[in-house]
Design a protein around this ligand. Sequence first.
Ligand SMILES: Cc1cc2nc3c(=O)[nH]c(=O)nc-3n(C[C@H](O)[C@H](O)[C@H](O)COP(=O)(O)OP(=O)(O)OC[C@H]3O[C@@H](n4cnc5c(N)ncnc54)[C@H](O)[C@@H]3O)c2cc1C
Length: 391
Amino acid sequence: MRQAEVVIVGGGMVGLSLACGLAEAGFAVAVLEAGPAPLPEEGIDCRVSALSRASEQLLQQLGVWSRLGRKTAYRQMRVWEQDGPAALQLDCATIMEPDLGHIVENHPLRLALWQRAETLGVSLQAEVRLQRLQRQGDCLMLWPLEGEPWQTPLAVAADGAESWLRQQARVPMFRRDYGHWALVANVRTQLPHGACARQCFTPDGPLAFLPLHESDLCSIVWSLPPERAKALCEGDATTFLHQLYTAFDGQLGLCQLASERRCIPLQARLARDFVQERLVLVGDAAHTIHPLAGQGVNLGLLDVAALLQTLTDLKARGQDWGLRASLRAFERQRKWQACHYLAAMAGIKQLFAIPGEPARQLRGLGMGWLSRLPGWQAPLLRQALGLSARQ
Ligand SMILES: Cc1cc2nc3c(=O)[nH]c(=O)nc-3n(C[C@H](O)[C@H](O)[C@H](O)COP(=O)(O)OP(=O)(O)OC[C@H]3O[C@@H](n4cnc5c(N)ncnc54)[C@H](O)[C@@H]3O)c2cc1C
């Protein structure tokens, strides 16, 4: 039998961040990952994340931020409605910050975290096929298909949206289809992005152009009804690029594909419990939200920061960190924020989905009013950067 003070199921960005933080705090940690260990890759990943200042600070604290070669700071954000009067421009100067966040490719970030975890002595187990969860006294037992079982006083589900561990623990889930798939790809643009993250709300759904490390390279996230997303993903490149140009109001000129195209179905999910006796859920295993505000992994990394604080305090006080009662405050805090984000994403999505000219004019008036109203931009930007007091 193998033992660890904390066993993390899932070696994605969230699980590995937690592993690094716990190892630094003196915990004996194991990560059980279903996939292979990440390897260096030459190409540019078409899965990217807009990381907030709070995420940047956590990754700095974990000694990972400086290891990331390519990260693109964006200083402005522009949001508008296709063929409508609604438009909003946000600038980092408003809050006297050097930028509004960074765009980071998911694969290199995961690789940097994996390598850091290795250096910190985390027991990293790749290609593990877990088959059974068993409660045994003050411990949980995790049985892989092959090899010895793992025994731990606390298991963390960080195994993504369809979490195996969450299902084994029979945690009920709220889920709702967004009626959108996200089509992601990297494109070369005719005009430079100017370190600005842009998002256009079309009648089908939002289309974002996120700036990458070269001035004419952007990552796109285009939320569309599933049929249309599938057709654009599998259809010929010329038709795709033509439709992309039209949907984006030609803001960055003509585009060329710089990667494969991929489609990801989008669902709102929220676990009823983030904590059970000897079990915690973090990241996408606990909640998933629409990517229209680019906050999913930021929310997961805030789970990590809060859990690190909770577990370190419990260990310092010599208390059992696997007890549900000890983890309830963590659960309340993280659930509150996840619910808040889920509601905000649903609200924004629905607001832009209301058809007709009167609704369009109202959105224009609302956004125009917001643009001119003094004093509201700073709190909004601080919230988006994860710098507001209540996190
Ligand atoms: C199109 C799109 C764009 C997005 N853009 C942004 C953005 O700009 N900013 C942002 O903050 N967020 C964004 N997100 C959200 C973000 O990608 C997710 O929130 C994030 O990837 C979740 O990380 P995770 O580690 O919790 O889960 P995952 O990334 O899903 O990782 C889970 C890990 O667990 C492993 N695993 C799965 N099952 C098992 C098992 N049975 N046993 C062991 N291991 C297992 C998987 O192999 C994987 O390594 C976006 C999401 C989408 C879909």
